[in-house]
Write a protein that binds this ligand. Structure first.
Ligand code: MG
Length: 245
């Protein structure tokens, strides 16, 4: 699969509210070629783009996102917390986000963040939306999750292998090779702090690309690339777009 050296984490999340359409548009405007974003399900099974389990940090609402209907979420302001100039910006639906990313010509890494008992439903919704909105001429979408049951559901749902699968882990999991192989993964997304050259070499030798998060310093990115890391997730789209990695 074709991967860029860096991926805009939640859109251009330092210059616009993360996981909103302005962050997607700013990522493109600043020079990103790929964006990462998080998908969750509302109480009525609408896939929306949102990072936290709870609403308080990045909206004017409160409570747990998965307990709210889409109608309730659509009333919230997801921009003012970042800056008054983004007042009225809404939580995007997956359909809106995919349409936007496709129109901008961006590659996508879609992280699925749902409890294990919602994994199959979320995967069905994501794949249905991709079939509707994702054009064939753009890079193959990379679908990922830190929940192993989601990664398994991704593997089970696409016998055609139309999309690449990644597993996310913030620790060095001793059973990484089994999880990656059993679930048809192409990539492993790992917190940069647990990576060493020896570890990256082992994963690459087994046939998987290593992606590291979250990397906002040039020197750290270069060290990781020297280890053999394929791509890094960054919040600092403004700086990384000016570097010729
Ligand atoms: Mg994410």
């Amino acid at each position: 699969m074709q991967l860029p050296k860096w991926i805009a984490h939640r859109g251009a999340s330092q210059v616009a509210p993360e996981n909103t359409l302005p962050a997607l548009q700013q990522a493109k405007a600043l020079g990103a070629t790929w964006v990462e974003f998080d998908v969750q399900l509302t109480a009525d099974d609408v896939p929306v783009i949102f990072h936290d389990e709870t609403l308080a940090r990045t909206t004017n609402g409160n409570g747990v996102l998965c307990k709210k209907t889409y109608a309730a979420l659509s009333q919230l302001d997801a921009g003012s917390w970042f800056d008054a100039s983004f007042s009225g910006v809404q939580i995007p639906t997956l359909s809106e986000w995919l349409h936007g990313a496709a129109t901008l010509g961006l590659g996508i890494n879609c992280e699925i963040k749902v409890p294990a008992d919602r994994a199959a439903c979320a995967v069905d919704k994501v794949i249905a939306a991709l079939k509707t909105y994702w054009p064939e001429h753009l890079p193959t979408p990379l679908l990922s999750s830190s929940t192993v049951s989601c990664v398994s559901a991704l593997h089970a749902a696409q016998a055609d292998g139309a999309y690449s699968i990644g597993w996310i882990s913030d620790t060095w999991a001793s059973d990484w090779e089994g999880i990656l192989s059993e679930n048809g993964c192409a990539t492993w997304h790992v917190a940069h702090s647990v990576l060493t050259a020896e570890r990256v070499a082992r994963v690459r030798a087994a046939g998987y690309a290593v992606l590291a998060y979250t990397v906002n310093a040039r020197a750290l990115a270069e060290t990781l690339f020297e280890m053999g890391v394929a791509s890094v997730f960054t919040d600092d789209v403004t700086s990384f777009s000016k570097i010729n990695f």
